[in-house]
Ligand binder design. Structure first.
Ligand code: GDP
Length: 297
């Protein structure tokens, strides 16, 4: 599997050496942590995140108790596993479905990140969980984004609300929420407009939607393969909009893992879902503990 494959290979090699040693000295652990540090930097994990991460592990792993234990390598690996899990947010972070429907979820992100596809994937996942979703085409900026959402709607059998590309996104969203209320839809996913780069126009438009439509969840869709760029995008969006979470797409093609490992620590925003392919069912809830185990093998 491509996800984190390079990082996984490097870390697994380091820990294999450690296991083969039997008894460990402080030097052995330090050497292993140097290798972990390099592997994380090569995986494009944020520099400061790596520094803090290694610091925490060192503090826990070089004590007498660990080194004198019967299975020191095992214990060190367990500490790394725990800390990796914490780094990615600790526990699974769910979306907030409100008791008085419809829950309004606003999807934001740059063009090409996978926002429109993810809107359909998320609606599809929620439907599988017994919800009645309505998808809203409010990306009036990218040509054919609304058409793309309609095609996804036909594919999944999930209704799409749109008013074309001439209306403004706030009006479209408000009308959609009203339509959902009357039609008994309990989740509304709004596909907002992206841009190629972050600019004032984009941010102002999103802030307007947030203020007028008052979504319950604002989720940022970012491309995992862009590494630290994805993290910087998340930071900027969070500062302007106050995100409730991040959806990392294209994790199926991400051999490095830098974004997945840095987003939470840098922005404070949890990763809620990950995109694992182009198909409409390729969206998974994000479980930090499972991801850590996947990396450590
Ligand atoms: P938008 O401009 O952000 O709305 O992006 P789109 O939804 O049109 O997606 C851009 C491209 O990324 C499309 O070709 C999608 O099929 C692809 N894509 C989206 N999510 C994933 C994913 O999780 N994995 C892979 N491999 N491709 C994805």
């Amino acid at each position: 599997m491509a996800v984190f494959s390079k990082l996984a290979e490097r870390l697994q090699e380091t820990f294999k050496k450690l296991r083969n040693k039997g008894k460990l000295t402080e030097k052995d652990v330090e050497q292993a942590l140097r290798e972990v540090r390099l592997a994380l930097l090569e995986a494009d994990v944020n520099y400061k995140v790596v520094k803090d991460f290694i610091g925490k592990i060192k503090e826990r792993a070089v004590g007498e108790e660990i080194l004198k234990s019967l299975t020191p390598a095992q214990q060190v690996i367990k500490i790394v596993n725990d800390e990796l899990t914490q780094l990615m947010g600790g526990t699974q972070s769910k979306i907030n479905l409100v008791s008085k429907p419809p829950t309004v979820i606003m999807l934001v992100g740059l063009q090409g990140a996978g926002k429109t596809t993810t809107a359909a994937k998320l609606a599809n996942l929620l439907r599988k969980q017994g919800r009645r979703p309505l998808m809203v085409g409010a990306d009036v900026y990218r040509p054919a984004a609304i058409k793309q959402l309609q095609v996804l709607g036909e594919q999944t059998g999930i209704p799409v609300f749109s008013l074309g590309e001439k209306q403004n996104p706030v009006d479209i969203s408000l009308a959609a929420v009203e339509y959902a209320r009357q039609g008994g839809y309990d989740v509304v996913t709004i596909d907002t407009a992206g841009r190629l780069h972050i600019n004032e126009e984009l941010m102002n438009e999103l802030v307007q939607i947030k203020e007028k439509v008052k979504p319950h969840e604002i989720l940022l869709v970012v491309d995992a393969m862009t590494g630290q760029d994805a993290v910087n995008v998340a930071k900027t969006f969070h500062e302007r909009l106050g995100l409730d979470g991040v959806i990392l797409t294209k994790l199926d093609g991400d051999t490095r893992g830098g974004a997945a490992l840095s987003v939470k620590a840098v922005t404070g925003c949890p990763i809620k879902f990950v995109g694992m392919g182009e198909k409409v069912d390729a969206l998974e809830p994000f479980y930090p503990d499972r991801m850590a185990s996947r990396i450590l093998g």
